[in-house]
Write a protein that binds this ligand. Structure first.
Ligand code: NDP
Length: 449
């Protein structure tokens, strides 16, 4: 419920202008609901129409991506890039390749990215992009031709000082390589226009690990400050088995937790003896296989078809790292019933509004995605810095900076929650802290009539 009249009016306008875009509306609503105290304290935001401007992307680009498959048949996909807000820096945000990608998904991700990037403390605006192309089952040649065609159009809209995309679901080192190669071919320039690049051609050490590691650094700091606890001895469930999930699993185990379950879009594995991450990496990173293959090498593990069942496994800490809306109200209730006390989000918006209500009503330590998974974009920002300096920092240096950034994000969100009168509500705190910096920049930069 949005009580503040100004914010309620802004939301009504967003609903009218973006009919049927349920993910985008969900993301906007959550942020607006969190900003009542901030807007009451800062009438200048309403006077400057900050919220009306913030919910409307600066630019939304949709384009045709045609490519030829291995059978010689022409295929057509839809490409997107949303350049949401550039008040504090060039647009920055990942590219997602998944059949579920549409305008609503891209706009929700771009909107969230604005606040997340602001929370990192680095000078980055918010953007996001992708395509409804499904990389599953495609050959290397098909992936390459798709990525080249996608970049042929995207290259007209991005640049190291304008918009710097990165990876997301379905876009890892291979896809970034094909896209970067095409950009370079078209522009004849070697610049830091994409992040997540290979280490031999401008990438940053620790970028691959950054989102998962950052999630655990945040969780550890929150546990310590809010509960006087740590990962040590805790049972952890991690959903997904992609980039974020794998490195969240690794760091949670390094910090003393025992990860007992992981999943993919087909099902989940439960291994009460603790997930063998080397085996998961072999299946997912090397063979690009399915998580179901895990049980072949591990007699202690069982596999279950379907994703939602993973939330029925008893745990102390849940780290959803797969996709949006993967925990609904029912799953959240099950987590709480089985003793889960901490939910920190690796994926973007993995909890439905009903799930969040359950966390807050039951005193679960809830770390919202825009704060908890900001480590990926933070190290992307550090990759941009290294590219500009034409230097490469060591793993330890980047990892050390990541740790500091994640700790600062926690403290900024926690302090903001106190200022908003809801101490410990990190969702309100993260939204408020991320928002104020961007809002002040927008006020300072004026309105173009
Ligand atoms: P990957 O493509 O590497 O992995 C995604 C994982 O989630 C896979 O295990 C995939 O299973 C599973 N998955 C994808 N879609 C669904 C679905 N609809 N239902 C169930 N499972 C699904 O992506 P990332 O690890 O990079 O991204 C995961 C999440 O983290 C996303 O929400 C992303 O936006 C977010 N994120 C990622 C960042 C990064 O640095 N990579 C930074 C910040 C946020 P399958 O293999 O079967 O498709």
């Amino acid at each position: 419920m949005i009580k503040n009249a100004y914010l309620a009016g802004v939301y009504a306008g967003v609903e009218k202008r973006n009919p049927g875009e349920k993910e985008f509306l969900q993301a906007v609503r959550e942020v607006l609901e969190s900003l009542e105290a901030v807007c009451e304290k800062h009438p200048e935001y309403e006077a400057n129409g900050v919220l009306e401007r913030m919910v409307e992307p600066e630019r939304f680009i949709q384009f045709r991506v045609s490519w030829v498959d291995d059978a010689g048949k022409v295929q057509v996909n839809r490409g997107f890039r949303v350049q949401f807000n550039s008040a504090i820096g060039p647009y920055k945000g990942g590219l997602r390749l998944h059949p579920s990608v549409n305008a609503s998904v891209i706009k929700f991700l771009g909107f969230e990215q604005v606040f997340k990037n602001s929370l990192t403390g680095l000078p980055m605006g918010g953007g996001k992009g992708g395509s409804d192309f499904d990389p599953k089952g495609k050959s290397d040649g098909e992936i390459m031709r798709f990525c080249q065609s996608f970049m042929t159009e995207l290259s007209k809209h991005i640049g190291q000082f304008t918009d710097v995309p990165a990876g997301d679901i379905g876009v890892g080192a291979r896809e970034i390589g094909y896209m970067y190669g095409q950009y370079k071919r078209l522009r004849n320039e070697f610049t830091g226009v994409l992040t997540g690049k290979g280490l031999k051609w401008g990438g940053s050490l620790a970028r691959t690990e950054a989102t998962g590691f950052g999630l655990c650094y945040f969780t550890q700091e929150a546990l310590q400050c809010m509960r006087g606890e740590s990962f040590a001895g805790k049972t952890v469930v991690v959903s997904g088995s992609g980039n974020v999930a794998i490195y969240a699993c690794q760091k949670a185990a390094e910090l003393g937790g025992k990860v007992v379950a992981m999943s993919d879009s087909n099902g989940f594995v439960h291994d009460p003896e603790g997930i063998d991450l080397a085996l998961v990496k072999q299946i997912k990173e090397v063979r690009r296989g399915r998580i179901s293959e895990y049980v072949k090498g591990r007699p202690s593990a069982s596999y279950t078809e379907g994703c939602a069942g993973i939330w029925g496994i008893p745990c102390d800490i849940a780290l959803p790292c797969a996709t949006q809306n993967e925990i609904n109200g029912e799953s959240a209730k099950l987590l709480v019933k089985n003793g889960c006390k901490v939910v920190c989000e690796g994926a973007n918006m993995p909890s439905t509004p009903e799930a969040i209500e359950v966390y807050l009503a039951n005193g679960v330590l809830y770390g919202p995605a825009k704060a908890t998974n900001a480590g990926g974009v933070a190290v992307s920002g550090l990759e941009m810095s290294q590219n500009s300096l034409r230097l490469a920092w060591t793993f330890e240096e980047v990892d050390g900076r990541l740790k500091e950034i994640m700790k600062n994000i926690f403290h900024n969100a926690y302090n903001a929650s106190k200022e908003c009168g809801v101490e410990g509500n990190l969702m309100v705190g993260a939204n408020a802290a991320g928002f104020i910096k961007v809002a002040d920049a927008m006020v300072a930069q004026g309105i173009a009539y």
